[in-house]
Design a protein around this ligand. Structure first.
Ligand code: GLN
Length: 540
């Protein structure tokens, strides 16, 4: 059976538990271990698919079409593993499964209770991650210790630890250690309180990861204090996790303090050699004095930067490949509806219109596509970003003034983007989404084909509306290139414009497959052209 590492958080949310879990995963992989990660989210939604990204950040889509928490994106980028539906469970998903069993009579008349029924279901989720070919399962619990929703999860861990037996599991607790300006020192009390809360639930952390602000010291004295008050074996089990300029620095910071070493020792895992030179080179490049390329993401969810986290990461990966730093601004497309596009966008070397749902700000996105097409500014459209480009082209090049997607105008006379299965959609919106991996054939002679360097690709999807093939001939006649097709369903997957330095838009989401070491070809193509555009942008 695999060994388990439970990661919980205390004091405040947004501590970077996900980055910490992903970083540890990376370090263990670098030590030659086989690792998987699971995120258990105590909220009641069945999955984050219906949640507003402005509240919860991006919805990350796995290859098998599961809508998951954005931390899964961090796991995939840090571990370079494609996860599946088994990587993310929520209270909603767990309760749905229990209630379905209850309705089928599977509990044989028992009263269904949080303990043991919900906790057993949670344990089953955790156990399902254990496999012959996996040495370590890392389980991150969403939320903060003390949340009412999280109680069943912590109780499930308590029970599961008893089943696993000492030596086969480890508990890492992440906390915030604030620096009090007036006192001129860091305070360990919130950490002590958080651990007290955990202990009252029968859980004892083995390692505490203390988050602090940048350049804040966590002295040996404080480490000893935390270790003593929180019942840790030794001060070395207190790991300092200060704010870093890049998230990719975190594995190095944790490794320098011996986190992976302690974990392997405590779990009795082989201490294989670790060579972080590639990772270190990457971080050194990120932190070096690189020139900047300015990219705008013209979107809708501007309140929380995490709403487009995979897109921003993919841009940064592609910039890094070019030895550039990407400065990224997220701009509300609604601004373009009240101000000239040029005034807002003129300082950007390249523009991305990402995915989105609903009509708010849609005309601003269409104006963005027009601005990029007419001014030859590099444009990368992602899902909705392709649909608005198609609408814009139909309106301005083909003269179909009322062209639209039926998502935004169900009665348009020219539905250039439409829904394939209208009837099914009325009955159940969820059932009509195209989610996860689909094949795409790239046509010879296209830019997309050249960028990928191969004729057949697989990419992840999350959308309901499609390019309307009834207009395909007319689009092509007017100069739009259809560069990728899903042959099975005859669906348009990528479009591009000739006589433009870079105007490429895909119906799929390439951002989910970009990795720091392996930037995505479409993003590389886009950022390379944006860099080429820097001089021109300056003259303007
Ligand atoms: N709203 C559009 C659709 O459902 C685009 C979705 C997206 O960008 N992810 O097709």
């Amino acid at each position: 059976m695999s060994k388990y590492i439970f990661v919980t958080g205390g004091v405040v949310s947004s501590l970077g538990k996900g980055i910490c879990a992903a970083s540890l995963g990376r370090l263990l992989i670098e030590r030659g271990l086989r690792v998987t990660i699971q995120k258990l989210d105590p909220y009641i939604n069945v999955d984050p698919g219906t949640m507003n990204p402005a509240q919860h950040g991006e919805v990350f889509v796995t290859q098998d079409g599961c809508e998951t928490d954005l931390d899964i994106g961090h796991y995939e980028r840090f571990l370079d593993v494609d996860f599946d539906h088994n990587c993310n469970y929520t209270s909603g998903k767990i309760y749905s499964s229990i209630i379905a069993k209850e309705r089928r009579g599977e509990f044989l008349g028992a009263t269904i209770q949080v303990v043991p029924h919900v906790t057993s279901e949670i344990k089953n989720c955790m156990k399902s991650a254990s496999r012959e070919d996996i040495d370590v399962v890392i389980i991150e619990i969403g939320g903060t210790v003390g949340d009412i929703e999280g109680l069943a999860f912590l109780e499930a861990i308590r029970q599961f630890e008893r089943e696993l037996k000492v030596g086969n599991y480890l508990h890492i607790h992440c906390t915030l250690v604030p620096y009090l300006e007036s006192a001129g020192e860091v305070k360990t009390k919130p950490t002590q309180h958080s651990v007290k809360e955990l202990t009252s639930l029968g859980l004892n952390p083995d390692i505490i990861v203390c988050r602090t602000g940048k350049n804040i010291e966590l002295s040996d004295h404080n480490k000893r204090k935390i270790a003593m008050f929180c019942n840790l074996d030794e001060p070395e089990c207190v790991i300092h996790n200060p704010d870093c300029s890049s998230i990719y620095e975190v594995p190095l910071v944790l490794n320098r303090q011996g986190l992976d070493h302690i974990v392997c020792q405590k779990l009795g895992l082989p201490l294989g050699n670790i060579n972080l030179s590639n990772w270190k080179n990457m971080v050194d490049t990120i932190n070096s004095d690189l020139p900047t390329v300015n990219i705008a993401i013209v979107g809708k969810y501007t309140e929380v930067p995490d709403s487009y986290i995979s897109v921003t990461e993919a841009i940064k990966h592609a910039a890094l490949k070019n030895r550039y730093k990407a400065h990224i601004d997220i701009i509300s497309s609604e601004d373009l509806e009240v101000m000239p596009a040029k005034d807002i966008l003129k300082n950007y070397n390249g523009i991305v219109v990402p995915g989105g749902f609903g009509s708010r700000g849609i005309e601003g996105k269409i104006l963005t596509a027009k601005y990029c097409r007419e001014n030859k500014v590099p444009y990368l459209g992602l899902c909705l970003g392709m649909q608005v480009a198609v609408i814009e082209f139909a309106r301005d090049v083909m003269g179909l003034k009322d062209a639209n997607s039926t998502e935004f105008d169900p009665n348009t006379a020219n539905p250039v983007i439409h829904i394939m299965n209208e009837q099914k959609f009325i009955q159940d919106k969820g059932a009509t989404m195209r989610l996860g991996n689909y094949k795409c054939h790239l046509l010879d002679g296209t830019l997309a084909r050249r960028l990928y360097g191969m004729p057949n690709i697989i990419e992840r999807h999350r959308h309901r509306y499609e390019f309307n093939n009834n207009y395909a001939d007319s689009f092509v006649k007017n100069g739009l290139t259809i560069s990728g097709i899903n042959d099975d369903k005859n669906l348009v997957e990528i479009i591009e414009y000739k006589d433009h330095p870079f105007f490429v838009a895909s119906q799929f989401h390439p951002e989910f497959k970009s990795r720091p070491y392996k930037p995505h070809p479409l993003f590389v193509g886009f950022v390379t052209q944006a860099i080429g555009n820097i001089k021109k942008t300056k003259i303007n």
